[in-house]
Design a binder for this molecule. Structure first.
Ligand SMILES: [Zn+2]
Length: 174
């Protein structure tokens, strides 16, 4: 999917998945002002918000502090809705697409196609409107939570930040 573009204006995202913005931007006056600008102030975990507004916010952040997107992504696992009974890096990683859909409603949102290659490596094909750094942050955040050291390498030339439809990462367990 095209980065920063919702498939329709009907798509919504749970507040739980927006709260990481507050943690990813350590200066609360800055994050509050940004959220306010996109009508997402004081996100409530179980309420729905317009996904395009959220993508516009991430796009704005990307223009002047793109590594912050990695930090916001890192906090996703701590705040967003994930299926119960997932207690290892591998289970969460392989269930990422299911979790992604639990946090959105109202239309097509694309996918996180994750698979296990072997005991030491995994593949993630991210075909969704979220930015590259953000998705790498999500995966790194899950690994960090389970004290699993990993290396994420961007496979292929294609990258959403260059206008392509998806990014593929190879994740190596260290
Ligand atoms: Zn990419």
């Amino acid at each position: 999917m095209t980065v920063f573009k919702a498939s329709s204006d009907q798509v919504e995202i749970l507040g739980a998945a927006i709260i990481p913005v507050l943690k990813g931007i350590p200066v609360s006056s800055v994050s509050s002002k940004l959220l306010q600008e996109y009508h997402l102030e004081n996100p409530v975990a179980d309420q729905y918000y317009n996904q395009q507004q959220y993508l516009d916010l991430l796009k704005k952040i990307n223009t002047y502090m793109d590594m912050v997107l990695f930090g916001i992504g890192q906090n996703i696992f701590l705040e967003a809705v994930f299926p119960p009974d997932i207690d290892t890096f591998e289970k969460v990683f392989l269930g990422l697409d299911q979790a992604y859909h639990l946090n959105h409603r109202g239309g097509e949102i694309g996918h996180y196609n994750t698979q296990k290659i072997d005991e030491q490596s995994y593949l993630a094909d991210c075909d969704n409107p979220y930015p590259c750094n953000f998705d790498q942050g999500i995966i790194q955040g899950i690994a960090k939570y389970f004290n699993q050291r990993i290396l994420i390498e961007h496979q292929t030339e294609a990258c959403r930040m260059k206008g392509d439809e998806h990014c593929i990462y190879e994740i190596s367990v260290l």
